[in-house]
Design a protein around this ligand. Structure first.
Ligand code: 3H9
Length: 706
């Protein structure tokens, strides 16, 4: 008897139910059993209509992505859908939760669709670097038109059931119990004598000319920069004008091409890496089983600066009650302003309606009294980056909060271990390293010390999930994972290239053309050069780095060229504009600093800029792995793709290194070690993996680190 797809007769309805937790992915076994269930229904004499639905939280998240690395196996999606579409009985899909990708494509092959009011329907394949390959590019245009279909597939964002109804994608929006509503819908079909209505027989009326295509692509230009899937998608949708059999054959060829692309391999790697990084690796399975995450309802934030306010917004957005504490009334008032203006800007940009903004603002309360945070389930300190002050705040919190409550520090430069050690319950202390802007950034580094308990980690993961952030665990070491690699690898190299002859604009443009959202100098100007300088002051209290380590950025800070906020940094910014204008004063400064160090400036190619910045990032990434700061190479990829603008379609620095081939990576690192000096010392891990013909991915698969 089948476990994944069940069939039962509910006279006159044949009910097929998919039950493949956790997301009803349509893998090979589901397709096999679907075909079997359809055959049984067709044989039954008492059934006059067929209903396909799912159990669990959603209709289906689509094809089983984990099967994409091997041939998909028969019956194919197309074969299953052909069986449904050509069925002599009307077939109805009943959709709840989500119907995504291949899940929605299955529903499109059904003759009618009923969706629960809060269901959402979408084609997110582009986020995985593939095009819908189960008839989506041919059937969706036949139902909602080519232009609407293209928009839906380019954005990847699901539409609501009422919107789907307005588009012509679903026939009925169901209120209340979906099964009851769908059964009623089926009986009505029978009663009204409505039979099969194959989507493939419909005709696409609207065209897709070049102007319309360009207009559809424009809003996605930033996300799709450097990507190619959208071109294949456009080609496939254009083919929907052709007879169905021809169109579906073109789709199959294009889908295969997208599936085999490097872009897709990389994006699928990031998809699974993001899910894996949010799990408790390194905690023994016995501990993990016992680790019960605490429920979080109310959160308190100590310190109401920019970061504290951003964190408050992140929690309010996630539906939690937030208490912001500061002992300075003026700081609390400023925080209130930051929070109001952030929400006002979201409303102005059409990202949310005023009511939602008001509701979220209403969740944030201020208090001048520290003792008031006693009821919070999680307390995050985000006070000034000063060891003494943070020690004071944490010890105070530790003295009156019940011992099972989690206390987090948002430090980015201080030792979390030292902070934990100063408390009576170091097991409940960890770092939650938010990135600016805290409410929008997708990354959350969870910093564990040798004392952090499995329960605390488990709760931190739950918090990250609630905030819809990608959690990555870092061991406590200067800069954690991301900033360590940025300072000792990527940004350090970018600065050296400036001293050796490149200009800020050249370095930024070369790396933006590589795919980074923003080049390093523009990033420094955005965040503030003083922020980096302050971080290095903390670094030098713990470890040293010889000259010329960020001499340019530190001089700019001294000159009050702090970046966008002062109108001058690595660039000039005229009258509050965000446009970075090259500035001769900076070039003169760089020339002077180079001369003082006996560095003779020369022409530097864009290729050298990219190679040195990326290889140094990879090399320090490997050292971060060797030192156990990151547990998996894939975790580093999550950090860099979700927090530092590394091009997602390249899979993150460590995945990218694998695609370059570690022997070649090592060869070039050795070259720079010879020509540039000690800090290019090849990471032992790269040497080991290259010698063994292995890769970071294989290392992840075999190592049980942490
Ligand atoms: C497609 O359909 C192609 C077709 O056009 C053509 C075919 C020929 N497959 O994210 P979560 C796993 S492409 C396999 O933590 P959430 C996930 O790895 C597909 N596994 O939960 C995780 O496993 P684990 C188009 C999948 O509630 C577990 O489910 N569809 C799939 O935060 C829970 O996932 C998409 O791109 C899958 N399709 O979010 C949708 N989906 O527990 C991709 C999930 O072992 N999925 N898993 O780590 C998502 O966006 C989110 O998972 C979803 C749930 C929103 C559904």
């Amino acid at each position: 008897m089948s476990q994944i797809v069940t069939f039962e007769e509910r006279d006159p309805v044949g009910l097929i139910c998919i039950d493949n937790p956790p997301v009803n992915a349509i893998g090979h076994s589901v397709r096999l059993e679907l075909v079997d269930a359809i055959a049984r229904a067709q044989k039954s004499s008492s059934i006059t209509v067929l209903l396909i639905m799912s159990s669990g939280e959603m209709f289906s998240a689509g094809a089983d992505i984990s099967e994409f690395d091997r041939p998909l196996g028969e019956p194919s999606f197309q074969q299953v859908q052909a069986r449904i579409e050509s069925c002599h009985l009307p077939v109805v899909a009943a959709i709840h939760g989500l119907a995504l990708g291949g899940g929605l494509e299955l529903a499109l092959a059904c003759h009618y669709r009923v969706a629960q009011r809060n269901a959402r329907l979408g084609m997110p394949e582009i986020t995985l670097g593939i095009i819908p390959g189960a008839g989506g590019t041919q059937r969706l245009p036949r139902l909602i038109g080519a232009r609407a279909a293209l928009n839906m597939m380019l954005s990847g964002t699901p539409v609501s059931a009422p919107d789907a109804k307005a588009l012509g994608l679903v026939d009925e929006v169901a209120e209340g119990d979906l099964c009851d509503a769908a059964l009623r819908f089926c009986k009505r079909l029978v009663h009204e004598g409505l039979g099969p209505r194959p989507t493939c027989n419909r005709i696409v009326f609207d065209g897709l000319d070049d102007t319309e295509i360009a207009a559809a692509l424009l809003p996605h230009a930033r996300v799709l920069k450097g990507r190619t899937t959208q071109d294949l998608l456009v080609e496939a949708i254009k083919a929907s004008k052709l007879p169905f059999a021809q169109g579906i054959a073109i789709e199959a060829a294009l889908a295969q091409k997208s599936l085999a692309s490097r872009e897709s391999l990389a994006l699928r790697h990031v998809f699974f890496a993001e899910r894996e990084s949010g799990k408790l690796s390194g905690v023994s399975s016995a501990n993990a089983r016992q680790a019960q995450p605490a429920a979080i309802r109310q959160v308190a934030i100590i310190g109401s600066g920019t970061m504290g306010s951003g964190i408050a917004i992140a929690f309010a957005d996630a539906g939690l009650e937030v208490l912001v504490n500061d002992n300075d009334p003026a700081a609390l008032a400023r925080s209130r302003e930051i929070i109001h203006s952030t929400y006002a800007s979201s409303v102005k940009r059409g990202r949310m309606i005023q009511n939602t903004a008001d509701e979220r603002i209403g969740r944030i309360r201020n208090t001048l009294t520290l003792a008031e945070v006693a009821d919070a389930d999680l307390v995050i300190e985000a006070v000034f980056e000063d060891m003494e002050l943070k020690n004071y705040v944490l010890s105070k919190l530790d003295s009156f909060l019940p011992p099972q409550r989690l206390i987090a520090t948002n430090t980015s430069t201080l030792s979390v271990t030292e902070l934990a050690r100063a408390t009576r319950h170091p097991g409940r202390i960890l770092g939650l390293h938010f990135f600016v802007p805290a409410h929008a950034s997708r990354l959350l580094e969870i910093v564990r010390t040798e004392y952090t308990s499995a329960e605390s980690l488990s709760t931190a993961f739950r918090v990250a999930k609630r905030l819809k952030k990608n959690a990555v665990v870092s061991r406590d070491a200067f800069g954690f994972i991301g900033n360590r690699m940025m300072l000792d690898g990527y940004f350090r190299e970018a600065e050296l290239l400036l001293l050796e002859g490149a200009t800020p604009a050249q370095v930024d443009t070369a790396l933006e053309n590589f795919g980074f959202a923003m080049g390093p100098q523009r990033v420094s100007d955005l965040g503030g050069n003083d922020v980096g300088t302050k971080a290095r002051v903390q670094l030098f209290k713990r470890e040293s780095r010889p000259d010329p380590y960020f001499v340019i950025a530190d001089h700019l800070t001294e000159m009050e060229r702090l970046g966008q906020k002062t109108g001058r940094g690595f660039y000039r910014y005229e009258n509050g504009s965000r446009e970075a204008v090259p500035d001769w004063e900076v070039i003169t400064l760089i020339e002077k600093l180079a001369l003082e160090r006996g560095i003779s400036r020369r022409e530097i190619s864009d290729q050298e800029i990219v190679e040195r910045c990326i290889l140094s990032l990879i090399n320090v990434g490997a050292i971060v792995l060797e030192e156990g700061i990151a547990a998996r190479a894939a975790d580093i990829d999550v950090v860099w793709t979700s927090g530092y603008g590394f091009p997602r379609q390249l899979g993150g620095p460590m995945f990218y290194a694998d695609t370059l081939g570690l022997p070649d990576v090592l060869l070039r690192i050795r070259h720079y070690h010879k020509t540039l000096g000690y800090y290019w010392r090849p990471a032992t891990l790269i040497e080991r993996l290259a010698a063994a013909g292995s890769s970071f991915q294989q290392w992840d698969g075999s190592s049980v680190s942490q």
